[in-house]
Design a protein around this ligand. Sequence first.
Ligand code: ADP
Length: 593
Amino acid sequence: MLGLRGRMALVALAASFGALVAVLLLAGPRLREQAMKQARDGLLAEARLMARVVAEPMSRGIADAALDATVDAAAREIRARATIVARDGRVAADSALSGAELQAVDNHGTRPEVIEALQRGVGVSVRPSATVSRTLLYAAVPINHDGRTLGVARVALSLDGVEAEARALQQAILAAAALAFVIAAALSALLSAPLVGPLREIMQKAREFAAGHLDARIAVDRRDELGELARILNLSSERLRERLEENARDRARTDAILSAMEDGVLAVDARGVVVVANRALQAGLGLESPLGRHYLEVIRQPEVGAVIEHVLRSGERRQEEVEIQRLRRAYALSGVSFPGPAGQAPGAVLTFHDVTERRRLDRIRRDFVANASHELRTPLTSIRGFVEALEDGALQDEQNAGRFLGKIRTHADRMATLVEDLLELSRLESGQQAPVLDEVPCAEVADDVVASFAALAARKPVSLVHEDRGAPPVVTDADRLRRIVEALVDNAVKYTPENGHVIVRTRPGEAGAAVVEVEDDGPGIAAEHLPRIFERFYRVDKARSRELGGTGLGLSIVKHLAEGMGGSVAVASEPGRGSCFSVTLPGRATTRA
Ligand code: ADP
């Protein structure tokens, strides 16, 4: 490939070469013509002169020899061959011939220039000379004297001279053109040289721009078109850099928003290829590098696919709740169309709002209402039964009447306990009562509770002791802590069979925390029940719990109380080996103010 400089030189050379050829083609033939015309005019003038010179002697009938001498003398002056042809065509004199040669020369009456001169007064012809065997230019004029035509005076000139002159002229022009050619080449090289450096610089920097180095700058400071080009390129790269930075900022902002969102966001293009999948979506659905793959490879949930397809096909908004069995999670999907790149069909963007918790709470609420009604209905049914029995005559039967009234009282008490527990739970859940925080010595609380349950435990009998391992004092609500320990001791005493052992242990926990444990060697709880033991109304053995006056709300209240103070409860239990419930109360540093 020729560079710009090479091309400029080539153009200059071609132009000067073209000019040269044009000069040669146009001027060459004309130069020759011009030379011929000049030669012809000169010859004609000389022929006329010759005619004038010989007219008078010829009219006097001068002898041919004398005439020839006159012609020879005149021809020497004009350095051309002169011939005098008599009216009858006989050659009367010739500057190139004399004597016998002149006598032998053939009749010239038929020579074209002679005939032409006699007919038109001027005759010119170019032809090889029969006499001197060279191409000659002939000019002939009639010799007139006193109105008579005595013959023809002819002057001939070899064309060699004319040709030589024309050639010399042509060569001069050729030399001039060649010189112009060389000058043009030199000038083009000279003029293009200062452009090469800046052009290279511009090209180099333009290449860097193309490779993405938009900080590069073209250092060409000129006032011509190259300088302007450099400025335009610099400006373009600056603008492009600004635009890219703006795009990057927008993108970072969008990414930050997307990754801060708790809802999952999935966007697919018109072909269904995933273009956006935020962190929440990837973590929630356990997706691994979903970008650039078809959504079907990534999310194998037909319901999700149906929403995507609907939006892609119709461009309409679609909302649906979908349960992903594999993850045991439920999502509220909302799909809308979003514009694709120019010239492409729109894609679809879906948000995944996790409604698992909401569904769980709904279920808990439903279950709670059902459970609470059920729990209340049982004693109510019993009460109504006993009342009806009393009405039907048992009232008169003193022994039975007393027993029935006793039963009614028991069931009414159960209902009251249940309602109390429900109210307590509802108060705790609504957060109406803030805990009253104070520095509480756990061991004292444990001692009090053990003392208050001593009679009940002794009646069973079950041994109940407090094992003090030096729990640090913690800032908590003393009343709530007491209720927690009471509930746990109540359960332990209740479920532990006769001659069992219940230990209330107070000990230090991690990071300044205090732990209160209530351990028994009762029936224990099977592992499958442990995760649900703190749920409302959850009971391992319903009949036994009811028989013992339980409501199934005790542990649920314990959990709420503990968590309300920033603490936690846990249980460790094995069927047949007893249970250990522990309450951890955080140390001062971590206690809520
Ligand atoms: P309840 O009023 O029935 O005692 P809780 O919420 O206090 O309700 O306890 C829930 C269930 O946990 C009980 O029904 C019982 O089955 C089981 N449970 C609680 N404490 C113990 C324990 N110390 N030993 C064995 N089972 C227990």
